[in-house]
Design a protein around this ligand. Structure first.
Ligand code: MG
Length: 323
């Protein structure tokens, strides 16, 4: 006997995440009723993952559950926000209890790490697709946006970039993907703590989801500045450093899906920020500088190269690879 929509919600999603005091009404009512603390903005972000476009249809459901929430939490991180609540809209081709069990486990594990309560959602029949909306809080004086960066600000990026794109390329070619690369593609860790640390210090921020240069391009466009990026200062994992020695830098410069944070920091703020990052166990690498002249220039040992920041991933242009 197949489960009804109500059975699915009851069996897999009611009580999935820890309760929060600021949830007046959650799953099972017509609306979630939620308390926003005074003096804080409500930060909201939504993302949809479609099977065959954003993840392979046979992908491990636990990883899909993790990633569906992670990509949204990454957007909250880029706003400097503290995550609080999520809603989930699931479109399922059939009620597959094994898939739902894995999916809900992956979702709940990441939600638990960030104190996120699932407060509502919807399930319906159709091609597999997952929409998550997250809500968080940010103090009014610690807001981060893509605007606000100024010439002279340093461009910094967290962690390492390019790993997820190289993992995806190898997987699509049917090649073995080393575990340290696969985990970056399948289980990205949103930089929530770093985002909150950057609030009030960084002049602008974005998460790296379209590609390093494309996302920097978004910041430059919104802030009305240009940028110079020193290619050889971009932080790479050992696997990517080896790969790039072959001459192909495209996973690093154009690959999305790393969900690191790219931020712009006034130079006088950098020393204190470095200390704060060290204390918090976060890693930020300076890779360039903002300039008045629009456009992005990539500085390499072979000379300066103007780049097209629009060359990153765009869902409405070019062929989209499943990821
Ligand atoms: Mg984003």
């Amino acid at each position: 006997m197949s489960l009804s929509e109500f059975d699915v919600i009851k069996q897999f999603f009611t009580g999935l995440t820890d309760a929060r005091d600021d949830v007046v009404a959650g799953i099972g009512d017509d609306c979630a009723l939620l308390d926003v603390p005074p003096g804080r903005h409500l930060a909201v972000s939504v993302d949809t993952l479609v099977a065959g476009r954003h993840f392979l249809a046979d992908a491990d459901p636990e990883s899909v559950g993790h990633k569906a929430l992670a990509v949204n939490l990454s957007d909250l991180a880029a706003a400097g926000a503290e995550p609080a609540w999520a809603t989930l809209a699931l479109t399922l081709p059939a009620v597959d209890t094994d898939w739902l069990r894995g999916f809900s486990r992956g979702f709940a594990a990441l939600a638990g790490r960030h104190g996120v309560a699932l407060v509502g959602g919807d399930t319906t029949g159709g091609p597999l697709s997952i929409t998550v909306t997250v809500h968080g809080f940010v103090a009014v004086d610690r807001v981060l946006t893509r605007g606000g960066a100024r010439p002279g600000d340093r461009v910094c990026v967290s962690g390492t970039v390019g790993d997820a794109a190289l993992a995806l390329a190898r997987r699509l070619r049917g090649e073995a993907v080393p575990a340290e690369l696969a985990v970056r593609l399948d289980r990205p860790l949103p930089r929530v703590a770093l985002g909150r640390l950057l609030g009030g210090t960084a002049s602008a921020a974005i998460d790296v989801s379209d590609g390093l240069l494309a996302d920097l391009g978004h910041v430059c466009a919104r802030s009305g500045v240009g940028a110079r990026v020193e290619r050889d200062r971009i932080p790479l994992s050992p696997a990517l450093a080896t790969y790039c020695r072959g001459g192909d830098w495209s996973p690093v410069l154009g690959g999305g899906d790393d969900y690191e944070l790219l931020c712009c920091v006034p130079p006088e703020q950098l020393p204190a920020l470095r200390v704060a990052c060290d204390d918090a166990g976060e890693h930020l690498t300076e890779i360039g500088e903002l300039v008045e002249r629009p456009g992005i220039v990539l500085v390499t040992p072979d000379g300066d190269q103007p780049v097209d920041p629009g060359a990153g991933f765009d869902h409405f242009r070019g062929a989209a690879a499943p990821r």
